[in-house]
Design a protein around this ligand. Sequence first.
Ligand SMILES: Cc1cc2nc3c(=O)[nH]c(=O)nc-3n(C[C@H](O)[C@H](O)[C@H](O)COP(=O)(O)OP(=O)(O)OC[C@H]3O[C@@H](n4cnc5c(N)ncnc54)[C@H](O)[C@@H]3O)c2cc1C
Length: 398
Amino acid sequence: MDFTISPRIEDYRARIARFVEDEILPIEEMREAYDDHGNIRLDWLEPLRDKARAEGLWCLQLAPETGGAGLGKVGMAVCYEEMNRSIFGPAVFNSAAPDDGNMMVLEQAGTEAQKERWLKPIAEGEVRSAFAMTEPHPGSGSDPSMMLTTAKRDGDKYVIQGRKWFITGAGEAQHFILMAKTSDDPRRGLTAFLFDRAQSGWRIDRRIPIMGPEEHGGHCEMVFEGLEIPAENMLLEEGRGLKITQMRLGPARLTHCMRWLGLAKRSVEIATTYANERFAFGQRLSKRESVQMMLGGLAMDIEVGRLLVMKAAWELDQGSYARKEVSMAKVHVANLLHRAADIAIQINGARGYSTDTPLEWIYRYARQARLVDGADEVHKMVLSRRLEEEGREFWSWA
Ligand SMILES: Cc1cc2nc3c(=O)[nH]c(=O)nc-3n(C[C@H](O)[C@H](O)[C@H](O)COP(=O)(O)OP(=O)(O)OC[C@H]3O[C@@H](n4cnc5c(N)ncnc54)[C@H](O)[C@@H]3O)c2cc1C
């Protein structure tokens, strides 16, 4: 691997960094810019999105023909990290979850007609989207084979019955990707469908209250009571739902990591600034070896995370699914983010526990990182299975 960043990617990175510094961080400091769920208010977000779009910093992850910049995953790793120096950054550049993962899978798997109908409005920022897979007990969670939501074929449409929960953004999404069971076949039993909020036969049961700040539209529990989806709104073919899940979740997990590295770096930035200016017992905090060990350790762990993310991004750009690499990056960076926020709060003392800095926001948000898109234990189980299969080849360079 060559770690040189091309001048084009570096140009995007520098422009994003400037935009975050000048346009977003000042707004992040204003309490009136926050909605009731700790996110940027939509009426504050839209003007920022317009500015980002006008500066050509919009939806960079997509191919140029879809309205993006074709950065590739390596370029995205560089840019996403920079965007998430601010907690509001990804939403401003239309690179926030779950829209970015939904857009990328629609770009990859959608027909031309599906891209026009379902992808274009998300890419243009006109609508938001959601990905509905997880179900409450006893349905599908870590194990997708436990899916209970069914799609029964009836002529040229499918009829959906079931329940999903923790569906990010569902409260405001217009376009949904829905996973449902179409047969008992263990490999070809799931199918991915597209539906629009305006369709009848489904409802939001509740917006689930959570410990952290929320994406726009929250995390919702959805009930399907006879939603009818025309067969033309199926992604790929019937029974290819697991394939869609693989196509979506691999890159989406990695884009989470790219953003979380930005938040981890921001945590260190806030802690370092305070440690440099704060005195206790006649000495600057930054001169204390115990503080140096904390900050030095975090700096090293962030760099380990970046290397794991870059390796996985590079593998994806080569056409691999990079399953091992993505799992390793996901576990490492999710835990790193949690640790970075925790240590930064400790170094900041009571200030760290206040809402005067975004540290408490990052800390509450970080806890979900070890659960979403595969809990730590599930990724480690996958890694252990691969180790068992591959033995010493697990670490092969090929
Ligand atoms: C904030 C948030 C946003 C989310 N957004 C979405 C979304 O937009 N769309 C969507 O479909 N889902 C979403 N989810 C759901 C998320 O993907 C699931 O929570 C996750 O896949 C785990 O499933 P589960 O919660 O059912 O945990 P369970 O499957 O019930 O597992 C519970 C725990 O058991 C342990 N465990 C599970 N399997 C193993 C194993 N093999 N070995 C050892 N231990 C194990 C783990 O510690 C795990 O945390 C979201 C969740 C959260 C918290």
